[in-house]
Design a protein around this ligand. Structure first.
Ligand code: CTP
Ligand code: MG
Length: 389
């Protein structure tokens, strides 16, 4: 670790299997799931634990360098402290090599299948807390949903098993370190999981809740299912842009950003000429794919003749929400010689933030004497909006 203190938690990620059932050319842990390998996803979850850990990745000999590259890429400040060791012929042998590489100072160990790439960090935390409380082996489990039948060698069903007594076992599995090391050393048989090794040596095992995302990616179907789960859970974001320009009209009152600006020339237009409010409306409508202010609030609509910017903004927010979007934020850039914006910038931001129910930031600039804004003929406002669906 970056400090000299060795963490008391050790985590082994087993990633040395070949993935026969998945059938990809590369070992399963190095197969990409929506752009990131199963190993990378599992390691990222481990690194998001609040408690620091010594981490060992067990990789196929052919892929040790790739595993080290992943650790370097996502390991940040602890990247040089993530070890990679070669796997063994069986999962149990791979686990034993990983455990052997952990510092002896570790008092608790977690063993996780890289193939359970979507197991949430909360399950890791739950297992670890229980190891410390109970001083026992801990497995995360899921209830068995299907009816379980017992059948004979000929395929005849010879009875049912009471499924309320059954549980499907996931990883990470956690153990008091010294007892688990001893269990691995004394193991004489192959077990399908770590709790099997621990129980064979007389260790007590307790169960905590697993998570539906903790399924083991084993077949092509599982991989596709994992991809679709990630896709459906990703927030759908949409950006939009809007621009508005109005010329000064000395005879009109100045309304900009929803505020009245006394002693300033006003802006010409069908409504109050509030270029900021109009640009924000266009950005919101553009992000939602709802057209623009002209097509939504036509000049013939009496509700909007001479209407304040706030009226357009409230009506736009309503449209965007009805279409199923939440506003994430809005940013505005004003280009104008007048009004001098900075003294009231926070006032404009607070007003618009209140109207939209989401953060609005406003910046202002002049255009260095260039163009119509530089000549003081009018105001330009540009806005971007981010929505989530
Ligand atoms: N594993 C390992 N060393 C082995 C075998 C398996 O480190 N000799 C790891 C796998 O990489 C995986 C986990 O143990 O993360 C669970 O194993 P499994 O899902 O069976 O993976 P594979 O053995 O790779 O797949 P298959 O059985 O389809 O070949
Ligand atoms: Mg296997």
């Amino acid at each position: 670790m970056v400090t000299d203190v060795v963490p008391s938690l050790g985590i082994v990620i087993v990633a040395a299997g070949s993935g026969t059932r998945l059938g990809h050319p590369e070992p399963k842990a190095f197969v990409a799931l929506a752009g990131r390998s199963l190993l990378e996803r599992s390691l990222a979850t481990v690194l998001s634990l609040a408690e620091p850990a010594s981490v060992v990745i067990v990789a196929p000999t052919s892929h040790g360098q790739q595993a080290r590259d992943i650790a370097q890429r996502i390991g940040g400040a602890v990247r040089d402290h993530i070890q990679v060791v070669d796997g063994g012929a069986t999962r149990q042998a791979s686990v034993a090599r990983g455990i052997a590489a952990l510092p002896t100072e570790c008092d608790a160990v977690l063993v996780h299948d890289a193939a359970r790439a979507l197991q949430p960090v909360a399950v890791f935390e739950r297992v670890l807390a229980r190891v410390r409380e109970a001083g026992a082996g801990v497995i995360p489990v899921m209830p068995v949903i299907d009816t379980i039948a017992r059948r004979d060698a000929e395929g005849r069903v010879v009875g049912q098993v009471d499924r309320s007594e059954l549980a499907a076992v996931q990883t990470p599995q956690g153990f008091p370190a010294a007892a688990y090391r001893a269990a691995l050393e004394s193991a004489t048989a192959e077990h399908t999981d770590d709790a099997g090794v621990f129980a064979a040596a007389g260790g007590e095992i307790v169960a905590v809740d697993g998570d539906a995302h903790g399924f083991k990616i084993t077949t092509p179907w599982d991989l596709r299912r994992a991809e679709l789960l990630l896709e459906s859970e990703r927030p759908r974001l949409r950006t939009g842009i809007g621009i508005d320009v109005h010329a000064y009209d000395e005879a009109a009152p100045m309304w900009l950003g929803g505020l009245y600006w006394p002693d300033e020339p006003g802006l010409a237009g069908h409504s109050d000429g509030d270029a900021i409010s109009h640009a924000v409306c266009d950005a919101l409508l553009s992000a939602a794919g709802l057209g623009d202010i002209g097509s939504r609030f036509g000049v013939d609509d009496p509700r909007f003749a001479d209407a304040r910017g706030a009226v357009f903004l409230s009506a736009t927010v309503e449209l965007v929400r009805t279409a199923g979007f939440e506003i994430v934020n809005v940013a505005v850039q004003v280009v104008a010689r007048r009004p001098r914006f900075s003294p009231r910038r926070h006032e404009v931001e607070a007003l618009l933030t209140g109207l939209l129910g989401a953060p609005v930031s406003v910046a202002a600039t002049t255009s260095d004497g260039l163009g119509f804004t530089g000549r003081g003929e009018g105001v330009t406002a540009v806005a971007t909006a981010l929505l989530s669906a």
